[in-house]
Design a protein around this ligand. Structure first.
Ligand code: G3H
Ligand code: 13P
Ligand code: ZN
Length: 311
């Protein structure tokens, strides 16, 4: 199957009451793990690359890895730019074969966000590429920019209709209490997504695909494996999966997950060395990391997204 945009995926997800997983890719094993899990479960999938990923792996490698994934699977796959910083970055990805881009001008003023998102949508649409923008600010860390939780701002439902109308974007990321990174909440805290804000946004934008960033759940079994074997992760909990499932049944059509994959890869590699301290062939230990990533992606598809069987 060819690389596709998210247009058809989101239409079906909206009416079908499920969401598509958008998983961050940084190397070959991560691409393979995600696509093998999605292919076996017959789930459409979005592979997304951040600025950090593009710098680490180089665009051409990422592009060709994703092309290999398309060639060796039979599911719809979209290649998406995660958190595009400006028009120039988005243009580079549109020109470079991405099928979807995110313009993230959410830390600028409402007016500046509208203007930059509109420019990106205009250019991308001329080239058959779809656009995600963001309104509201998430907490956490992304690309070394840290936003404290108490400074994170929920999306104002009063702004969404004007924003979508003036920009022409195809989907909208909103802030309802998710945050980036592996340290979202302290143990004992009781994270609650503002599903009331989501419902109000959905009421104002009927049928329009909503995106949730920062949706890792920080699996405690991985944290335990890592910390029992030489790791020093801080105690933290993530977004409760049942609340994400609830959001996926409504207007949320795309859920972004990166940190849980990183934890899976790290747990798999650390566990490998506990069992085989004599190993030094990267295929053996990275191969185990890949297995853990595949397991966590399969779990998300079935338990959080509900996208299995929808390819
Ligand atoms: O939202 C951010 C993603 O987790 C990507 O992280 O910028 O470190 O690649 P990165
Ligand atoms: P997590 O850090 O919660 O995995 O979020 C990833 C993300 O939003 C990528 O854009
Ligand atoms: Zn994000």
């Amino acid at each position: 199957m060819a690389l596709v945009t998210t247009t058809e995926m989101f239409k079906k997800a909206y009416t079908g009451g499920y969401a598509i997983g958008a998983f961050n890719v940084n190397n070959m094993e991560i691409v393979q793990a995600i696509v093998e899990a999605a292919d076996e479960l017959k789930s459409p999938v979005i592979l997304q690359a951040s600025a950090g990923a593009r710098k680490y792996a180089k665009n051409a490698y990422l592009k060709h890895l994703v092309e290999a994934a398309v060639e060796t699977s039979s599911i719809p796959i979209a290649l998406h730019l995660d958190h595009g910083a400006d028009f120039a970055t988005c243009k580079d990805c549109v020109d470079g074969g991405f099928t979807s881009v995110m313009i993230d001008y959410s830390s600028h003023s409402f007016e500046e966000n509208i203007e930059e998102s509109r420019r990106v949508a205009e250019y991308a649409h001329e080239h058959g590429v779809v656009v995600e923008a963001e309104l509201g600010t998430l907490g956490g860390v992304e690309d070394e920019v840290s936003v404290e939780m108490d400074k994170a701002m929920y999306t104002d439902p009063d702004q969404v209709e004007e924003f979508v109308k003036k920009t022409g974007v195809d989907s909208l990321a909103i802030a309802i209490g998710t945050s980036h990174g592996a340290y979202k909440f302290k143990p004992g805290q009781n994270p609650k997504l503002r599903l009331d804000i989501l419902a109000e946004v959905a009421r104002r934008l009927p049928g329009f695909p909503i995106v949730l960033h920062g949706s890792s759940s920080v699996p405690q079994e991985y944290v335990k494996i890592i910390n029992a074997n030489g790791g020093a992760l801080k105690d933290a909990i993530g977004i409760p999966e049942d609340q994400l499932r609830e959001a996926a049944k409504g207007a949320v059509c795309k859920i972004n997950i990166d940190s849980d994959l990183r934890l899976g890869m790290t747990a798999g590699i650390r566990q490998h060395f506990v069992e085989h301290p004599d190993h030094f062939d990267p295929r053996q230990y990275i191969g185990d990391g890949r297995k853990y990533v595949k397991d966590i992606v399969a779990h998300k598809i079935v338990e959080v997204l509900g996208s299995n069987g929808q390819a």
